[in-house]
Design a protein around this ligand. Sequence first.
Ligand SMILES: [Zn+2]
Length: 477
Amino acid sequence: MSQKNKDVEDGVIRRYFSLISSALGFSFVLICVVNPSEGFAQDLSAAKFPTPYEGGDGWDTATYKEGMKYYAELAAASQQLTIHTMGKTDSGYPLSVILITDPNHVALEEVSKDTRTVLLINNAIHPGESDGVDASMAFARDLVFKEEAYGEWLQDVIVAIIPFYNIGGALNRNSGTRANQNGPREYGFRGNGRNYDLNRDFLKCDTRNAKSFAEIFQLLDPDFFIDTHVSNGADYQHVMTTAQSQKDKLGLSLGQYMHTQFEPMLFKAMETAGYPTIPYVNSGGNPPENGYDQFLETPRYSTGYAGLFQTMGYMTETHMLKPYPQRVAATRAFFDASLKLLAQEGKSIQSLRQKDRDTYRRQQSAPIAWEVDRNHPARLEFHGYEASQVPSTVTGGTRLFYDRDKPFVRNIPYFNQYKVSQSVTLPAGYLIPREWHTVIDLMEKNSIVMRVVNNPVTIPAETYRIDRVQSKTPPYE
Ligand SMILES: [Zn+2]
């Protein structure tokens, strides 16, 4: 067994130990109730509010109704946690956001004006990838009730959680659409109520979910964004990988800061927690040890959308072949590491965001497309398994096989440099005909400054004309 595997197992053991100690702590409180301390109060809260995941054997994820009921119970027990319903989703249910602060609570509408740093977590965009749903519920409870552990960090950070983004998909429970994933037993479906993949819809906003998300995002203006997922593809030892804002696309001082300062600290904290983290393994069916390109999260993805507003974003991608309890624990470790780092770095992040916004306002042109530059690879420490081609008993051909008895640690190339391949000259503004209300509505939802031209004016202008539209020939998903 490699050191990495050992670390991972230790992580799980620690997790189970904390669950057991919570249960033991509860009976201990009953004995010692005449002389309670803050430590005992923590255990009482955890025992009083076990999440559905914690209350089972670690292989069940909360349903939509169980999840919302759980948050309602927390809200009833603490004024530090409030539930807000925004616009509708395609399923007919409203999109909810949970707001958690220290005792100095704030209205949702005032969050973006608050001096504290804002962390937004989005869950169940792909409801089959439910790790974040269960990790978030325990995280929310601990933020409110484990004052000793989290009170200090919560003084500087406001936490907002979307418990279920794809509600329609969460309601569509099954056990077969992620058959190759190692738990939970039942989970929701990837597509939403109308079979949209919501993690491709942030820019075009075909769904009500995306429109309601834009309202929440603009209201909160988060400094940091996490979208929780589970990966597909190659097998390797890492439990956690992340698809983060691409540094060159995020650009300017924030992109540089994220790459050179924030991420090394974040990944160090994850390693200390027992989950050495690497960027999302974007190897397209090839063994990753040959190196791979950084995933370019264009704005149709959640983190790409966040990047348009100078918000650093991370998609957490736990590894589908790792047992569910390990994945939930790794996702939770990512929340904890992010919160502590944001408490420490929040003021710097806020000022860099402002600085970049000021710079963008003065720029004459804007990049709109990027391409990977493979001339300058970075290196990363990859904990993999030896891969080979073996005969497939199903097809009679060969298939890629990862041998878990042959773990390795190798320094591999990582192509994380992107260069601009297309830019546009920025005009003074755009004139949008009133009939184009679909465009105008989306601009409004995204806080784009607009004004109505009431009287006829003559101004020099250029026009765009779409003379041809070509769709991709193969169907997508
Ligand atoms: Zn996903």
